[in-house]
Design a protein around this ligand. Structure first.
Ligand SMILES: [Zn+2]
Length: 236
């Protein structure tokens, strides 16, 4: 290597970075975060690579566009039309200008009214709304499951946690993460039962799991769902 600046080829619509490899013969392409990396054998000339890139450019541009779209969809923008998960439903966000208020309109519209359409205001209004829904919904589910588990909590609190769904202490208080309201209702139930069972067994031993399984035979499905999808819950 004589120079540390990368070799590049400017094409129509994208720039490709060339990485020289030990590979013989074929040229490889890697597309990620809007960048095209060409894995090329040491011997191949820049003119050769340009020709190859030209022949592939329609494919490359299409791939880059798809990646951009996927990235945009994964981000939250807090604008009208955006979808928000709410238990077993999908709500469509509507943002309008006015005094602060948040509420459902019809079965699937969630209307957030803010004096100015500032992203942070809309987000905070949504978090407050989800927390209120969580308090009501989870209290109902606790009332339903308590007699089945045979344990009643002293209090139920809704919290914001980064990496946990619920917790229980030895004073009989249980806490839940509001972000659960963006998961299917069966998943919320599984966390409710989990914490209620901790009122009987403050550990994750065999008796604890037996109790959970007795009340919710399909507990494992919900647990797996949280493992796979839990990172996407919340409004961060
Ligand atoms: Zn636990």
């Amino acid at each position: 290597m004589t120079s540390s600046s990368p070799e590049t080829v400017a094409m129509n619509g994208f720039v490709a970075v060339i990485k020289r490899t030990r590979r013989k013969g074929s040229v490889g392409f890697r597309l990620s975060s809007g960048q095209v990396v060409v894995l090329a054998p040491k011997a191949s000339s820049k003119a050769e690579l340009r020709l190859l890139l030209e022949s592939k450019s329609a494919w490359i541009l299409a791939k880059l566009t798809l990646q951009d779209q996927a990235k945009f969809q994964a981000e939250r923008h807090y604008v009208c039309g955006e979808q928000l998960a709410f238990l077993d439903r999908k709500l469509v966000l509507q943002v309008c200008q006015g005094a602060f208020s948040t509420g459902l309109r019809g079965p699937s519209e969630l209307v957030v009214s803010v004096p100015e359409a500032k992203l942070g205001w809309v987000r905070n209004a949504l978090v407050r709304w989800y927390k209120l829904q969580a308090q009501v919904h989870i209290e109902q589910r606790v009332s339903y499951f308590s007699p089945l588990v045979g344990a009643w909590p002293k209090s139920i609190e809704i919290k914001t946690y980064r990496a946990r769904w619920g917790s229980c202490n030895d004073r009989g208080q249980i806490q839940f993460n509001w972000k659960l309201m963006m998961a299917p209702s069966a998943v919320v139930d599984s966390v409710v039962v989990h914490e209620l069972c901790h009122l009987l067994h403050m550990h994750h031993g065999p008796e604890f799991w037996l109790q959970v399984q007795r009340v919710l035979p399909n507990y494992q499905d919900a647990k797996q769902w949280l493992k796979d999808e839990g990172h996407g819950l919340g409004l961060d």
